[in-house]
Write a protein that binds this ligand. Structure first.
Ligand SMILES: *[C@@H]1O[C@H](CO)[C@@H](O)[C@H](O)[C@H]1NC(C)=O
Ligand SMILES: *[C@@H]1O[C@H](CO)[C@@H](O)[C@H](O)[C@H]1NC(C)=O
Length: 161
């Protein structure tokens, strides 16, 4: 009986097996990770802002885009934080400025242009090149405290977070 020869002179049944094995390996690699995390709380600047800057400055600054989240990113696609959320199996992070959102599966406090130091520090040191946005790390941590109260049902839970 003659065996059909295909790629690299291998018998075709062998190629089918190779393809199946390769397909299985790709599928295994693409399988989602086990669910170790239930929520992500993110802080930062434009690298991870998923809509806060647009929401906070809507109606205050000219030419603000009208796009609602999830489109109000400083990017024409997903941000690193979006890929992290997807890889960890949690929803894309809603911007914390979107009041009334259920943040039990995470919130994003990052704002484009945010600084690590408070705005007051720059003003006190006569540094005017920093945009006058009150969105520093301390501000974001204060917003986190407010969000925490909405997602922790008991004082004990609140203490643990
Ligand atoms: C918020 O979402 C979580 C998880 O999806 C759910 O268990 C919880 O009931 C929701 N809370 C409210 C107030 O809708
Ligand atoms: C800046 O934001 C923080 C936190 O929300 C607030 O406590 C503070 O009063 C604000 N400062 C100014 C100058 O608006």
């Amino acid at each position: 009986m003659e065996t059909t020869r295909g790629f690299l002179g291998l018998p075709s049944w062998c190629i089918v097996l190779l393809c199946l094995a390769a397909g299985w390996m790709v599928a295994a690699e693409a399988a989602p990770l086990p669910q170790y995390y239930n929520a992500i709380f993110s802080f930062g600047d434009s690298f991870s802002d998923t809509g806060n800057f647009v929401i906070i400055n809507s109606g205050k600054l000219p030419n603000m885009p009208k796009f609602p989240p999830p489109y109000a990113r400083c990017s024409n696609g997903r941000l690193v934080i979006d890929f992290l959320a997807e890889a960890l199996g949690v929803p894309l992070l809603p911007p914390s400025a979107n009041k009334g959102t259920n943040f039990s599966q995470g919130a994003n406090f990052a704002v484009m242009g945010a600084t690590a130091l408070d705005l007051k520090y720059f003003r006190d040191n006569n540094v005017w090149s920093i945009p006058p946005f009150n969105t520093s790390m301390n501000c974001q941590l204060e917003w986190f405290q407010e969000v925490k109260e909405t997602i922790c049902s008991s004082p004990q839970g609140n203490h643990l977070l």
